[in-house]
Design a protein around this ligand. Structure first.
Ligand code: 5GP
Length: 210
């Protein structure tokens, strides 16, 4: 039974390459914050550690988890499945842990629609410009410019989902972006006034998509 001492669910989504994983990792260093580890059918990247960054599983195993209704949410992103299993998340929230979700807009929608009795705060991260985003994507996938271009192509479609989130935050400067998110989470948890200018974000989105 959820109570006031329960943890808070914090969702961070963004188009690929906006620096979300770095931000989630920074936020997870806060006292009482933990990252939800997702399952995925994609192959591990050389920098990734199994069971820490993701639970890397076969498509067969993933489909079994779907069938057994173990997912709080799941989605297909860039030809791979990604999902959050329910039990570890609920157990931790009940113990008062704040849980960070690095998930896409489809997963964020599903969690929102579940209307769980836990407080939910959703963030959509934006790049400072399309040019910076392309540069970041190209640097990540040096050997595969095609992937960068494919993910860029996805950008215009993904960015439109910002409107379904509580807050959109621009990641121009990592430290400032982190502080902005941190202050909004704090204000939400303590029911204080929020420093958020949605019109500024709206005009930034117009520039990004024009
Ligand atoms: P990547 O392959 O770059 O790690 O992740 C690709 C996308 O999948 C990112 O937008 C990431 O947030 C999203 N993602 C990672 N885990 C999950 C998950 O459990 N559920 C959903 N819906 N999306 C996820």
């Amino acid at each position: 039974m959820p109570t006031d001492n329960d943890g808070v669910m914090i969702v961070l989504s963004s188009p690929s390459g906006v620096g979300k994983t770095t931000l989630v990792n920074l936020l997870s260093k806060l006292k009482n914050f933990e990252i939800s580890i997702s399952h995925t059918t994609r192959q591990p990247r050389p920098s990734e550690t199994p069971n820490k960054d993701y639970y890397f599983v076969s498509e067969e195993k993933f489909k079994r988890l779907i069938k057994n209704e173990e997912f709080l949410e799941y989605a297909k992103v860039f030809n791979n499945y990604y999902g959050t299993t329910r039990t570890p998340v609920i157990d931790k929230l009940d113990k008062g842990k704040n849980i960070l979700f690095d998930i896409d807009w489809q997963g964020a929608d599903q969690i929102k629609n579940k209307k769980l009795d836990y407080k939910l705060i959703t963030f959509f991260l934006l790049p400072p410009s399309k040019e910076v985003l392309f540069e970041r994507l190209s640097n990540r996938d040096m050997k595969d410019k095609l992937i960068a271009e494919e993910r860029m192509g996805q950008f215009n479609r993904d960015v439109l989902h910002w409107i379904n989130y509580d807050y959109a935050v621009i990641n121009q400067d990592l430290e400032k972006c982190y502080l902005k998110i941190y202050n909004l989470i704090k204000a939400e948890i303590n029911n204080e006034s929020k420093d958020y200018d949605i019109e500024f974000i709206r005009s930034h989105i117009e520039k990004l998509t024009s």
